[in-house]
Design a protein around this ligand. Structure first.
Ligand SMILES: *[C@@H]1O[C@H](CO)[C@@H](O)[C@H](O)[C@H]1NC(C)=O
Ligand SMILES: *[C@@H]1O[C@H](CO)[C@@H](O)[C@H](O)[C@H]1NC(C)=O
Ligand SMILES: *[C@@H]1O[C@H](CO)[C@@H](O)[C@H](O)[C@H]1NC(C)=O
Ligand SMILES: *[C@@H]1O[C@H](CO)[C@@H](O)[C@H](O)[C@H]1NC(C)=O
Ligand SMILES: *[C@@H]1O[C@H](CO)[C@@H](O)[C@H](O)[C@H]1NC(C)=O
Ligand SMILES: *[C@@H]1O[C@H](CO)[C@@H](O)[C@H](O)[C@H]1NC(C)=O
Ligand SMILES: *[C@@H]1O[C@H](CO)[C@@H](O)[C@H](O)[C@H]1NC(C)=O
Ligand SMILES: *[C@@H]1O[C@H](CO)[C@@H](O)[C@H](O)[C@H]1NC(C)=O
Ligand SMILES: *[C@@H]1O[C@H](CO)[C@@H](O)[C@H](O)[C@H]1NC(C)=O
Ligand SMILES: CC(=O)N[C@H]1CO[C@H](CO)[C@@H](O)[C@@H]1O
Length: 855
């Protein structure tokens, strides 16, 4: 939820700087720096080590030049790593166990055959070249390497008007402006402004060049700027080492496969998490929450999971219930009823722990020494919802056990199904420390403008000011001087805070329920966070602009390996309108993570509040639940190969110029194209169709590829969806919950391509076990002019039958259709010669066995 108003900044006499102002105030000047030269090189195993030394007088531009460096170049299975570090002194690096590499990853071709590293000795520079096309994808020639204690800089040439995607977290177009992008990496709690640094740090991009893709990542948790301008990409970090990884692709999905193999595969999701979620900040009591679940059911809109924001807590303290508005017995009764009805309950927690001697999370935390400290060793105090708070230090040895105990004690009382970890940039309402002796509850919710810290405030800013839009790095977060276990400073590890909370919280949930897939949604993310959690794009306003940007936000998180992502449907801050909420429900029904979430004090936006929105929501969610088996299969591909669940058209059709910056349409998996209405008053959508043949999901009429079409998108209609020729979509009749839907009959929607062929896959398991062993099914469907075959591994007993097969684009009516050798009677067949569709209905064949349909 939103947590900072510009008014509060103004009352402190502070303002945020625009990128343009920064550009004026920041010198970009490595030209006077001497650079380095190579003095020796050794090959050791699969790696090359070189020693570099400063070429001339230090420039000491933003600190002190490091004299000697080590360059390590190694070809690993999923990447080419180029790492430059200080030869004498160890600088802070992200520890290897913060990532979760896929140890089973194997490439067909060794990395050495895909990429070539070459360097020039004096001045030192390097290039990375694709071996297949000879294309140079990274070239630092002419750009001086700067390596200082608090400033590192390296740049590479880019082509004119390069196609760059990624570098987040940000609210921006999906394709970044190659001529004018300054992306700061500094986790920040703010209400989603456009083109500024946000909650998470993902210095990873994919570039499309001539239809091929490659990826470049820098692994460094310090604050940094990544700048696209002047036909180059520049990295300016305020500490650490230069640890680059190059991913050759050669298509974007292979890049993401290689990237997620390096940083961590998306976790396997619980099937129920694909249902529809409802939340808001400001549900005053359990009666309201109960009423809401009831109203969903009266309106016959599927509700899978109910959420509650911070108001369920006793004075906003984690792991407590408000005894008046959310009394334990009532909450317990509510949760058991939800579970009985096949629904779930998720609650929010924040990392900050209020200082209160009668609060066990605090007293135990102090006893076990789990909190971040001031440089003098006292407990660091900031301010979050419950008042003056300490912040768990995820590096401290007892923190995991302490945190697990707090969660376990709470879950014993309230059987929640998952956790939502918010405010973990970490957010704090003071500018730096609030003063180490502070207790009690300051004026709520915003900071007391008269407050004076009881310790002198120093905000040592590094000499190079990254483009953190709050200005000072300690603004609205924990001070950069605060100390973590082992002497680490917030300055070094700030960007890892939310990621570490996710790692530890997932472990806590697994310690409590070792066999079930945990549900975790987090705000501040880092490379590899998708292995532990999903993500929502944070707090914005109920605006049309934000509706549109939600698409690029979700697409970029697919690249970052966090496919379970969604935006607050109908918007968080401010009042929605009926029309905006309707369009948002239509689009949001297809978000990988679909949750309606609202801020406090706004008009209600539950979809049943307007008949028109209720109707649109029923229609859209009916379709979502119908294609759940297909969506779940996409998540399995994400888990195994990093494959995005939502696919950008640019990645799917990289040779099609028209698609390179299309971020108003997207594909769900490889086979379904969505063309949402995103503007006020629209009744139609201008849709672009890439190559191939596309069938309207609802009417089955065919649209040729390489065309533009004006699609009808009336408010009382459906979100325009098209099935791509060549794809087979397994569907299931929807019910009001996911568990009920999973018991219903399947159907197959077979969309033939121009040659009359189609393929599809279905992955099934129990949807909740951590270890499924052999109890899964992976069914491959293949359709040709002669019939349809389903084969594969059938290890999961769904107990469900296949009912209908609908074939789109079938040129002639077959004389006879046999299913598993039995002739299908004529009244089970209906052929439409105009639309070229054939329905084979009323089948009753098991989904758990191979299938053979012959024409
Ligand atoms: C940047 O500097 C130029 C020249 O000094 C000035 O004209 C311009 O107003 C400045 N822009 C901003 C945004 O401060
Ligand atoms: C781009 O190049 C111009 C001219 O050399 C320079 O003034 C400007 O600072 C550069 N911009 C960036 C972002 O590096
Ligand atoms: C549920 O619907 C009833 C009847 O329309 C309405 O009075 C009530 O406020 C609704 N409750 C919630 C929590 O939305
Ligand atoms: C500490 O918590 C108790 C119990 O919730 C509350 O009554 C008390 O006011 C709190 N003390 C402070 C100093 O906030
Ligand atoms: C903070 O509290 C400690 C112990 O109560 C005391 O010694 C110290 O002087 C206090 N510091 C300030 C700045 O008030
Ligand atoms: C940053 O900190 C410095 C020094 O404490 C202070 O003078 C300046 O006003 C701060 N700037 C912002 C934007 O907070
Ligand atoms: C939203 O609507 C409510 C009720 O009409 C009103 O009190 C509130 O000021 C509105 N909020 C905004 C941000 O306009
Ligand atoms: C199956 O086909 C029949 C006949 O066309 C149709 O009435 C029914 O709605 C279809 N069911 C599904 C789940 O597609
Ligand atoms: C479907 O087949 C099963 C046995 O394979 C049988 O028990 C059931 O009655 C059949 N259902 C229909 C609707 O034909
Ligand atoms: C993407 C988007 O709509 N961002 C908006 C979030 O809200 C702020 C206002 O606080 C707008 O300035 C942004 O444009």
């Amino acid at each position: 939820m939103v947590k900072w108003l510009s008014a509060s900044l103004a009352c402190l006499g502070l303002s945020t700087l625009t990128n343009a102002q920064y550009r004026n105030s920041t010198q970009i000047g490595s030209a006077d720096c001497p650079g380095y030269r190579v003095v020796s090189t050794q090959n050791r195993g699969n790696a090359i080590y070189s020693r570099l030394t400063l070429r001339g007088q230090p420039c000491n531009q933003y600190g002190k030049d490091v004299k000697d460096l080590i360059l390590k170049v190694s070809y690993e299975s999923s990447r080419l790593q180029v790492k430059i570090s200080d030869a004498e002194k160890k600088h802070w690096e992200v520890p290897a166990d913060f990532l979760s590499p896929d140890k089973k990853f194997r490439t067909k071709t060794p990395m050495k055959h895909l990429l070539e590293f070459t360097y020039q000795k004096n001045p030192f520079s390097f290039t990375v070249k694709r071996k297949d096309t000879g294309e140079v994808i990274f070239d630092t020639t002419g750009h001086r390497l700067v390596f200082e204690d608090k400033y590192l800089e390296l740049s590479s040439a880019l082509p004119e008007n390069a196609n760059i995607y990624g570098l987040g977290e940000v609210v921006d177009t999906f394709r970044r402006n190659p001529a004018d992008t300054i992306q700061a990496m500094w986790a920040r709690d703010v209400a989603d402004p456009v083109r500024e640094n946000l909650y998470g740090a993902h210095p990873f991009y994919i570039e499309l060049r001539d239809g091929k893709a490659h990826g470049v990542q820098i692994l460094n948790s310090h604050g940094m700027d990544v700048i696209l301008a002047n036909k180059s990409v520049a990295y300016k970090a305020i500490g650490g080492v230069l640890d680059f990884s190059f991913y050759p692709g050669s298509d974007a999905y292979e890049v993401i496969n290689q990237y997620t193999a390096t940083v961590g595969r998306p976790h396997q999701i619980a099937y129920w998490s694909l249902g529809f979620h409802q939340c808001r900040y400001g549900y005053v009591d359990i009666d309201e929450v109960e009423g809401l679940v009831k109203n969903y059911s009266l309106a016959m809109i599927p509700l899978e999971t109910m959420w509650t924001d911070i108001e369920y807590r006793d004075m906003f303290k984690d792991f407590t219930l408000d005894p008046i508005n959310y009394p334990l017995d009532r909450v317990q009764k509510f949760v058991s009823k939800l579970h009985k009805d096949g629904q779930q309950y998720v609650l929010i927690i924040d990392p900050a722990i209020v200082r209160n001697e009668s609060y066990p999370a605090w007293t135990e935390g102090i006893k076990q020494d789990v909190f971040i400290k001031n440089p003098d060793g006292s407990t660091y105090i900031g301010q979050v919802w419950p008042g003056y708070t300490a912040f768990p230090d995820w590096f401290a040895p007892n923190t995991e056990r302490w945190w697990t105990t707090q969660i376990a004690n709470f879950v014993k009382d309230v059987a929640i199904d998952g956790l939502w970890i918010d405010m973990n940039e970490p957010a704090s309402f003071c500018v730096g420390s609030c003063g180490s002796n502070r207790t009690g509850i300051p004026p709520y919710p915003w900071m007391d403008p008269d407050y004076k810290p009881d310790v002198p405030q120093t905000f040592p800013e590094p000499p190079y000011a990254i483009h953190n839009a709050y200005g000072n790095l300690s603004m609205k977060t924990v001070s950069t001087e605060a100390v973590h276990h082992g002497g680490l400073t917030e300055y070094q590890v700030h960007n890892l805070y939310g990621h570490m909370e996710a790692i530890i919280t997932r472990k806590s949930l697994l310690a409590i329920e070792p066999k079930k897939r945990p549900f975790l949604l987090g705000r501040s993310t880092f490379a590899g966070s998708g292995a532990h959690e999903g993500h929502w794009t944070g707090d914005n306003w109920s605006t049309w602009e934000q509706l549109k940007y939600s698409i690029s936000g979700i697409l970029s998180f697919q690249m970052f390996g966090i496919p379970y992502a969604g935006a607050d449907i109908c918007g968080f801050n401010g009042n929605t309108t009926e029309e905006l909420c309707l369009r948002w429900m239509q689009l949001g029904a297809f978000y990988p993570f679909a949750r309606n979430h609202n801020g406090k004090g706004n008009i209600g936006q539950e979809p049943y509040l307007w008949e028109s929105v209720a109707d649109a929501s029923r229609k859209a969610l009916h379709t979502r639940y119908e294609i759940l088996p297909y969506i779940y299969t996409q998540f399995q591909h994400a888990h195994e190969l990093g494959r995005p669940v939502w696919r950008p058209l640019a990645f799917e059709f990289p040779k099609d110029q028209e698609m390179l910056d299309n971020d108003v349409q997207f594909l769900v998996g490889p086979g379904i194209l969505a063309s949402p209405a995103l503007t006020e008053g629209a009744t139609t959508v201008d849709a672009k169709f890439p190559e191939g043949i596309w069938y309207d999901y609802y009417t089955w009429s065919a649209v040729n590829g390489h065309t533009k079409q004006i699609l009808a998108a009336p408010l009382n209609g459906h979100l325009p969806l098209h099935i791509r020729g060549g794809h087979i979509i397994p569907t299931q009749e929807p019910s009001s919950t996911v568990s009920q839907s999973r018991k219903n009959p399947f159907s197959l929607l077979v969309a033939l391509d121009e040659q009359g062929n189609a393929e599809g896959e279905l992955y099934l398991d129990d949807g909740q076990s951590i270890e499924v062993g052999k109890k899964f099914s992976r069914i491959t469907y293949r359709a040709t002019s002669r019939g349809i075959l389903a084969n594969g591994h059938f290890g999961y007993r769904s107990g469900v039958v296949l009912k209908n097969i609908t074939i789109l684009g079938i040129k002639a009516q077959p004389n006879q259709v046999k299913v598993n050798g039995h002739t299908v009677s004529h009244d089970q067949l209906s052929y439409d010669a105009d639309k070229k569709t054939l329905i084979i209905a009323q089948l009753n064949v098991s989904m758990d066995k191979p299938l053979r349909v012959t024409f």
